[in-house]
Design a protein around this ligand. Structure first.
Ligand SMILES: [Zn+2]
Length: 277
């Protein structure tokens, strides 16, 4: 596909088309989960998904209502030629896109994720994402609204220092959504294929380790699209999927972890240290 056409498409993508990617992705992976599940959860799939859908909706609302600032900043840096990617106007479009997605993934996703595991108050916000006991494709956007704001701010920062135009930003965000749905999906893909893919992108088996209930596994595999950030910064670990138990040791009440009000309140709770800390 012509790169210019690709950027043009994402520059002009409508909210309806973006929603289609979100809903289409969930539907697609949800169907595959029924065919080749990694874990045979004995669960009411829709009931389990309800809080996750609620938090997906709040994520969409946060991003939708703040989109105009992202648009302003992105237009401003691109028109004025600011940002690392625009330096000297040297990069061919294909390189601009590839480097753009790679570094948006680092500054907009890996970094805020890492920071949320390191700072106590931010961890309590991020706990909402980790306290799902049955990780599946609907877990991808199970983020407290505060987390959506944190991720948004990092993305805004990334757009400014990279000089990303809106076509690139929407392309990145679409990849972000689909990859996140893919690596959370409860699907059993061939371990050899998973391992091979995990040299490039974050695969289901790689990301599930991050959802294991105890340290040090919880504090590893932070990546979302590309796996090499974890390999580069020494945060990559492997654990056989058969050994993985989802959740967080400090918050193991399954009923509470399915309650929207209790999850919304989580950042205001007293901090609980992990037993294996
Ligand atoms: Zn995490």
């Amino acid at each position: 596909m012509d790169m210019q056409e690709l950027i043009y498409f994402f520059e002009n993508i409508s909210s309806l088309q973006r929603s289609f990617i979100l809903v289409g992705g969930i539907t697609f992976f949800w169907s595959i989960e029924s065919l080749i599940p990694l874990f045979k959860f004995n669960y009411a799939k829709l009931k389990h998904a309800l809080p996750n859908f609620f938090f997906t909706l709040t994520t969409v609302l946060v991003n939708f209502s703040l989109a105009f600032i992202l648009l302003l900043v992105s237009d401003w840096v691109s028109i004025n030629g600011y940002g690392l990617l625009n330096y000297g106007n040297l990069l061919p479009l294909s390189v601009y896109i590839i480097l753009g997605v790679i570094f948006l993934d680092f500054i907009g996703a890996y970094l805020p994720h890492y920071v949320q595991h390191r700072v106590k108050f931010l961890w309590k916000i991020h706990l909402v994402h980790h306290s799902d006991h049955k990780v599946d494709t609907t877990t991808a956007n199970r983020h407290h609204p505060f987390e959506s704001i944190i991720r948004y701010v990092f993305t805004l920062f990334a757009v400014a220092i990279l000089g990303a135009n809106m076509g690139l930003v929407f392309l990145y965000q679409s990849l972000f959504v689909v990859l996140s749905q893919f690596n959370h999906a409860n699907i059993n893909i061939n371990p050899k294929l998973d391992k091979f893919l995990s040299y490039f992108i974050v695969t289901p088996n790689m990301h599930k380790v991050h959802h294991h209930y105890v340290l040090p596994y919880t504090d590893s595999n932070y990546g979302n699209i590309f796996s090499f950030w974890d390999r580069l910064f020494g945060t990559f670990t492997f654990l056989n999927p058969s050994k993985i138990i989802y959740g967080v040791d400090t918050h193991f009440d399954e009923k509470e972890n399915q309650s929207i009000s209790s999850l919304l309140y989580r950042p205001f709770e007293k901090h609980k240290s992990s037993t294996n800390n």
